[in-house]
Design a protein around this ligand. Structure first.
Ligand SMILES: Cc1cc2nc3c(=O)[nH]c(=O)nc-3n(C[C@H](O)[C@H](O)[C@H](O)COP(=O)(O)OP(=O)(O)OC[C@H]3O[C@@H](n4cnc5c(N)ncnc54)[C@H](O)[C@@H]3O)c2cc1C
Length: 493
């Protein structure tokens, strides 16, 4: 009997944060789950975000109090569930006479402090910027508030790891090319993009978590008109050598009403974004335009005393969000809340529209609750109580100290990177090693064979890109030739 021939309770199409979160929630409740993605886990929008776990201060302007409250509550919970992946970050808002009035921002931050209890984050307050600030002299005062910074792609992967621990089947590089009802169950046809083989899964229910492809999947595979029209909106970021202190992010207001974040990123970089542009075409091919790069640089140069230029950009990325809402609304003002669309014609199919990384867990809980009505004996969700894999540590700092003490032969920089990525699972990567030689070949920048093997065996990594951009961010420092050596080791041409 084929490993995948049994009847699944849920087949989830799309391994972004929403699909992976639903897989973790459903498998944790004892359901038989399969998750497929046409590419890598988190390979699309969910690795192209601003990487903030946040309430969304800006959404208060569009009176989305319910969304902000929900997101603030989730940001507190996620900090406890994944202390290795998520860290509080201090964000400064320089005040200007010509953007939002002082009182309006004060009121917004007052609400931010009080809409939900967040002991894991400090309260917002008014601040003065001193001489050592990277801001130009005219910006002497403003506000400071706290949100969370996350490795978005790793959050996806660790949800998949959690789902797999609870027996979910994770099928990467498997594109859903057909869905049809057969008696009392669905048949979902997958095309293996690596080997060209076809696989058919039988399932009681389906979740369409394909992000920007949500409408397209319904049209193409179920051959129906989707209930919601989605607007695709592209957002881009640039990464430059760091222009700010290691622990300070900035929220810059622009004349068009939009905001741009400048966030300390990895050890030596600043992440700057985002833009917002209506998008048409294949979301996988989205890339930054010259106009977007100029826009981001201009906003930063309006605030920082040392100007940045195009040549400083070491990397850029773009993501596409599917927005549901009134056509006439600007992309900036369209809601970032999600919508769960359930159909039972002829069998249960749930489609996920929109959302945020921050709210994935609660979205997943609600999605599985909805489908639970069609699956006998479903248990309650456990995800608010179960730490994500590797999250059973006191704090990053404490875990780093422990590992430095235990493995004095390993460079502290590598230990810090590993703890932020694997948390307590560092012990799995390090298992049985007593010296650097035991870690095998060094592919460069502290990426050893042992870590690569772990990522292949435990995190579904297949290509150098999977490792360098989704499971680590070593792509920022790897040369083309180092990347080729890694791909060769992985058996890729
Ligand atoms: C520029 C930008 C910045 C953002 N910043 C933040 C932020 O700071 N904080 C925050 O909370 N949120 C942020 N968001 C929102 C957040 O990134 C998205 O809400 C979230 O990533 C959406 O996840 P998803 O799982 O729905 O979609 P995706 O991550 O796009 O996943 C969908 C998956 O479906 C797969 N797929 C598609 N078709 C098929 C098929 N036929 N068969 C199999 N697989 C298929 C794709 O390969 C893809 O991996 C941002 C979004 C953007 C665009």
């Amino acid at each position: 009997m084929n490993k995948h021939s049994e009847l699944y309770d849920i087949v989830i199409i799309g391994g972004g944060i929403n699909g992976a979160g639903i897989a973790a929630d459903a498998a944790g409740r004892g359901l038989k789950v399969a998750l497929c993605d046409k590419g890598d886990l988190g390979g699309e929008t969910s690795s192209a975000s601003t990487k903030l776990i946040h309430g969304g201060l800006r959404y208060l302007e569009t009176y989305e109090f319910r969304l902000v409250r929900k997101a603030l509550k989730e940001s507190e919970l996620l900090l406890a569930l994944a202390p290795h992946l998520i860290q509080p970050i201090s964000i400064n808002i320089p005040h200007t006479a010509y953007h939002r009035p002082w009182l309006l921002i004060r009121l917004g931050l007052f609400l931010y402090n009080h809409l939900a209890r967040r002991p894991g984050y400090r309260n917002a307050k008014a601040v003065r910027f001193h001489q050592d600030s990277p801001l130009a002299d005219e910006f002497s005062h403003g506000f400071n508030f706290w949100d969370g910074q996350v490795d978005d792609a790793r959050l996806v992967i660790l949800n998949a790891v959690q789902a797999a621990r609870d027996s979910a089947d994770i099928l990467v590089r498997n594109e859903c090319v057909g869905i049809k009802p057969a008696d009392t169950f669905w048949e979902v046809t997958l095309e293996d993009r690596l080997h060209g083989e076809e696989l058919t899964l039988k399932t009681r229910t389906i979740v369409n978590a394909t992000g920007p492809w949500v409408s397209q999947l319904i049209e193409k595979t179920v051959n129906k008109k989707p209930r919601n029209e989605v607007r695709l909106v592209k957002g881009s970021h640039i990464i430059i050598p760091r222009i700010q202190p290691e622990d300070q992010a900035f929220l810059l207001q622009n004349e068009d009403g939009r905001i741009v974040f400048v966030i300390p990123y990895q050890q030596n970089y600043s992440l700057i974004g985002t833009t917002e542009e209506e998008f048409a075409g294949d979301p996988s091919s989205a890339e930054i335009s010259i106009r977007e790069t100029d826009y981001l640089i201009d906003v930063v140069n309006g605030y920082f005393h040392t100007p940045i230029k195009k040549e400083d950009v070491v990397y850029s990325y773009s993501g596409v969000r599917p927005l549901v809402g009134e056509e006439e609304q600007s992309a900036t003002r369209a809601s970032r809340d999600y919508r769960l669309e359930f159909e039972n014609t002829p069998l249960p199919l749930l489609s996920i529209y929109g959302g945020k990384v921050t709210t994935y867990r609660i979205l997943a809980e609600q999605a599985v609750d909805m489908l639970g009505k069609y699956i006998a004996g479903i248990e309650d969700s456990k995800t608010s109580r179960v730490r994500l894999p590797g999250g059973d540590i006191e704090s990053r700092e404490q875990q780093v100290e422990v590992l430095i003490g235990r493995h004095p032969w390993l460079e502290p920089g590598i230990i810090r990177r590993w703890v932020a990525a694997y948390g307590s699972l560092c012990s799995r990567v390090l298992q049985g090693s007593a010296s650097v030689d035991d870690l095998g070949m060094d592919f460069g920048h502290g990426l050893f064979q042992r870590e690569v093997d772990y990522l292949v065996e435990s995190e579904w990594a297949i290509t150098a890109e999977d490792i360098l951009w989704r499971r680590t961010k070593l792509g920022l420092v790897f040369s083309e030739s180092q990347k080729r050596v890694l791909d060769k080791y992985l058996g890729n041409p």
